[in-house]
Ligand binder design. Structure first.
Ligand code: SF4
Ligand code: SF4
Length: 359
C-alpha cells in the first residue's frame, strides 16, 4: 500500500534571524542566510495538499524576503498553517498574505512583559515595536488560535506572574510557558537555564494558574507543571494537561503536530509516528524525517517521491528497533513532541542531548 503523504510538514524558510536572543542557538551559530527557493518549493509540493504546515521552528521565518509569496503558495495548497514568529518583521505584504490564508495557529515568541526584561533577553528587538508587530499579526490572524511562547529562564522568571493578564488584555488566547533548554556551552545559555531551581519554576507556574482561575481570565496557560499529579489533584476541573483554564471561556488549544505525530502507529513501539506522518523541508531544500535525517532535496525530486524513497524507507525500518540510537538521542521527541510532559525535576530536562553528550 502506498504511504499517505505527510500530514505535518515543517518548513524552515531561512537560515537567519534578525534577533540574537540570550538563550537561543542563533546567538552562537554561523548563519548562512540560505533560503528556500519558493518557486521550487511550490513545484515540489505537487500532490501535497490540505496538510498542516508548521512555518518556522528554529529561525525567523518572516526574515525570508519572499515570506508573503511562501504564504500564498501554502494558501494555494490549502494548507492549515501554524506560524511561529518573533513578530518584529510584520510588514503590510506579509499581513495581507496571512489574511488570505488558512492560519490555524499563531505563536508569538515574546519573553517577559516589561521592556527591561524583554529587551535584555530578545537582543536586537524593541519592546514597543515588537508589541506593535504582535498586535498587527493578531489582527491579521484573528480566526486562528493565538498563543504567546514565553521562555521561562532566569531573566524572565519574575515577569511570568503578570503574563496572563498582559496578554488577555491584548486578545491572545493562551500563553505557553517553555522552560529554557541549554543548547550551547555559551555562558549566557548556562546562566539562564533553571536547572536546580525547579521549586521556583513550580511556584511561578502555580501563581499563573491561581491568577487565571481566581480571576476567571479568558486565557489559557500551558506548562509541564500543569501535568504533575499534585497539580491535577489540587486544581481538578481547571486542567486539561498541560493546560490550565478558567471556566469563563477562551479558545482551547490544539497542537496538531503533537497529536498527529505521537498518535499510535502499528509499526512503532513508542508513542512517536513522526517518520510515517511528518517531514521537514529545510532552508537548503533538504527534506528530513525525525527532524535530522536527510532523505533528499526538493531541488532533485518532488517531495512525495522523496517521502516514498528507499532512503526514507530505510529510516522507517530502523526506528522501530528497540533501543535504537536515533530515538535514544532525540531532542525533537523530548523537547518538541513531548514537551508538555517533560519532568522538570529531572536535571536532564534543562539540557539538550547534543550538549549533554559533548560534555
Ligand atoms: S527570535 Fe527566535 S530564532 Fe531568533 S534569536 Fe530569538 S529565539 Fe532565536
Ligand atoms: S528519532 Fe525521534 S522523531 Fe524519529 S521516531 Fe525516534 S523519537 Fe520519533
Amino acid at each position: 500500500m502506498t504511504l499517505a503523504s505527510p500530514e505535518v510538514l515543517d518548513i524552515e524558510p531561512i537560515h537567519t534571524c534578525n534577533l540574537r536572543c540570550k538563550m537561543c542557538h542563533v546567538s552562537t551559530e554561523t548563519l548562512t542566510n540560505e533560503r528556500i527557493d519558493i518557486d521550487q518549493l511550490e513545484r515540489s509540493l505537487d500532490g501535497w495538499e490540505g496538510g498542516w504546515a508548521y512555518v518556522g521552528s528554529t529561525h525567523e521565518p518572516m526574515a525570508h524576503p519572499e515570506f508573503p509569496k511562501l504564504i500564498e503558495v501554502l494558501a494555494r495548497k490549502r494548507a492549515r498553517i501554524v506560524l511561529t514568529t518573533n513578530a518584529t518583521l510584520a510588514k503590510p505584504a506579509a499581513l495581507e498574505a496571512l489574511r488570505g490564508a488558512d492560519v490555524r495557529r499563531l505563536y508569538i515568541s515574546f519573553d517577559g512583559v516589561t521592556p527591561s526584561v524583554y529587551e535584555s533577553v530578545r537582543r536586537g528587538a524593541s519592546f514597543d515595536k515588537a508589541l506593535e508587530g504582535a498586535m498587527r499579526l493578531i489582527d491579521a490572524c484573528r480566526d486562528a488560535i493565538i498563543a504567546v511562547n514565553y521562555t521561562v529562564m532566569a531573566s524572565t522568571l519574575a515577569d511570568t506572574r503578570a503574563a496572563a493578564a498582559f496578554w488577555e488584555a491584548r486578545g491572545v488566547h493562551g500563553v505557553g510557558f517553555i522552560v529554557a533548554v541549554r543548547r550551547s556551552n555559551h555562558p549566557d545559555a548556562i546562566s539562564e537555564v533553571l536547572a536546580g531551581r525547579q521549586a521556583e519554576v513550580t511556584s511561578a507556574m502555580e501563581d499563573v494558574a491561581e491568577d487565571i482561575i481566581r480571576n476567571g481570565r479568558a486565557i489559557f496557560a500551558s506548562s509541564p507543571v500543569f501535568s504533575e499529579s499534585w497539580f491535577l489533584e489540587r486544581y481538578a476541573g481547571y486542567c486539561d494537561p498541560p493546560v490550565v483554564f478558567s471556566h469563563t471561556g477562551g479558545k482551547r488549544p490544539l497542537n496538531a503536530r503533537t497529536e498527529i505525530l505521537t498518535a499510535p502507529h502499528p509499526e512503532m513501539p513508542i508513542a512517536c509516528s513522526a517518520p510515517f506522518r511528518g517531514a521537514k523541508i529545510r532552508y537548503s531544500g533538504e527534506v528530513v524525517v525525525c527532524d535530522r535525517v536527510v532523505i533528499g532535496n526538493i531541488h532533485d525530486a518532488p517531495l512525495l517521491e522523496i517521502w516514498r524513497s528507499p532512503a526514507a524507507e530505510s529510516v522507517r525500518a530502523t526506528v522501530p528497533r528497540p533501543g535504537n540510537e536515533l530515538c535514544a538521542s532525540c531532542d525533537y521527541y523530548r523537547f518538541c513532541l513531548r514537551a508538555a510532559s517533560i519532568n522538570l525535576k529531572d536535571e536532564s530536562a534543562y539540557t539538550s542531548e547534543r550538549v549533554r553528550r559533548s560534555a
